[in-house]
Design a protein around this ligand. Structure first.
Ligand code: AP5
Length: 216
């Protein structure tokens, strides 16, 4: 099962990818997580990407494609994966197609997380994460047991710099301009399916399971 999760920022792609990889034994590849790790490690890639990410803009395709190529080529990810946050431009989608064809792998579905802007702004202004284990929380939908601390390791929770409202609005604009065209791209390939991402996390997960069971 090889999947692309497509959808605007805050639509729940990461939350569902973590759950679904556990349930189905897939590999979760999030370009956002890889870039944030690169920034944390102070690598060349991180230094180049940081400015774009802070403003909510896309990191240039050549950096992203190189990153994905490293992860994909000859890796066990090809036994089944969820790509979360990649591709984000038509050019990236074309490069992905090429990489998968070279490895004789087929993309099964591109799953669109359908949601409106107001819900996104609300979710992202309530998002907190654990810098140690990456667990994600949301006020008030998914509160930690002890306010401000991670349930798993008690670390102090943090906010993402790109979750400030003006940056979120910019990310939404960029999504509409540069990433939304992928909906048509995958529709034409007959692999686009949409799920209602406004439901509760458990309901979204159940929708995904129903969808994937229907594919088997
Ligand atoms: P990335 O990290 O990929 O961010 P994103 O796509 O903007 O997605 P988010 O992580 O914000 O949201 P999500 O859909 O995963 O939602 P989540 O599950 O966290 O990218 C960050 C940046 O990196 C980009 O802006 C760009 O600069 C760069 N980048 C990355 N990939 C790139 C690429 N391919 N090309 C170029 N640049 C790239 O949920 C959000 C919140 O809502 C959480 O708090 C969660 O707990 C809560 N929540 C989730 N589901 C529900 C629900 N059903 N109900 C209520 N709350 C919910």
């Amino acid at each position: 099962m090889n999947l692309v999760f497509l959808g605007p920022p805050g639509s729940g792609k990461g939350t569902q990818a973590v759950k679904l990889t556990k349930e189905k034994g897939l590999t979760h590849l999030s370009t956002g997580d890889l870039l944030r790790a690169a920034i944390k490690n102070g690598s060349e890639l991180g230094k180049k990407a940081e400015g774009y990410m802070k403003k909510g803009e896309l990191v240039p395709d050549e950096l992203i494609v190189g990153l994905i190529e490293n992860e994909i080529t000859g890796n066990e990810i090809l036994n089944g994966f969820i790509l979360d946050g990649f591709p984000r431009t038509i050019n990236q989608a074309e490069k992905l197609k090429e990489m998968l064809a070279n490895n004789k792998v087929v993309l099964d579905k591109s799953i669109l997380f359908d949601i409106d802007d107001d819900e996104i702004v609300k979710r992202l202004s309530g998002r907190w994460y654990c810098p140690k284990c990456n667990a994600s929380y949301n006020y008030p939908a998914k509160m930690p047991k002890v306010e401000g601390h991670c349930d798993f390791d008690n670390a102090q929770l943090k906010r993402r710099p790109d979750d400030k409202e003006d940056v979120v609005r910019n990310r939404l604009e960029i999504y509409k301009r540069q990433t939304k065209p992928l909906e048509d791209y995958y529709r034409k390939e007959s692999i686009l399916v949409a799920i209602d991402a406004k439901q509760s996390p458990d309901e979204v997960f159940q929708s995904l399971i129903n969808l994937l069971n229907g594919l088997n």
